[in-house]
Design a protein around this ligand. Structure first.
Ligand SMILES: [Zn+2]
Length: 128
């Protein structure tokens, strides 16, 4: 999707060029209309920035509300509360989940480490 703020900014700069052309042509009526157009575009740009901020804040709220429902903490690890059929119930990496809200399935550590640790995170390489 094209950047709407970039498109509006481009249109505003075109209105400035059009205004200069109208000034050189001494076309007062066109100058007035172009200034009105520029004013409308500036308002649209301001509203677009406000909507972007609002969208960012709402996305964060949705993430905060929905994330805790996915996993539950049991026996030192995170598990899916209700895994779909065939889906890995867990355990999932506690560090990746708590810091980045990323579900990373833990795997058995390689080689001799399997005698020291139960699990390894393939994402952050922590051993548990
Ligand atoms: Zn991890």
């Amino acid at each position: 999707m094209p950047d709407p703020i970039g498109a509006i900014t481009g249109a505003i700069s075109l209105t400035k060029e059009l205004h200069d052309i109208a000034v050189r042509a001494k076309d007062i009526e066109s100058q007035k209309r172009i200034l009105e157009l520029e004013k409308s575009l500036l308002e649209a740009e301001k509203e677009m920035h406000r909507l972007n901020r609002e969208n960012f804040e709402l996305s964060k709220k949705v993430e905060a509300v929905s994330s805790p429902a996915i996993l539950e903490f049991r026996d030192g690890y995170y598990f899916k509360k209700s895994p779909a059929p065939g889906e890995n119930p867990g355990p999932y990496c506690p560090k990746c989940w708590e810091i980045r809200k990323k579900t990373v399935s833990l795997v058995k550590p390689p080689g001799d480490l399997k005698y020291v640790h139960d699990w390894r995170c393939p994402e952050c390489n922590n051993d548990y």
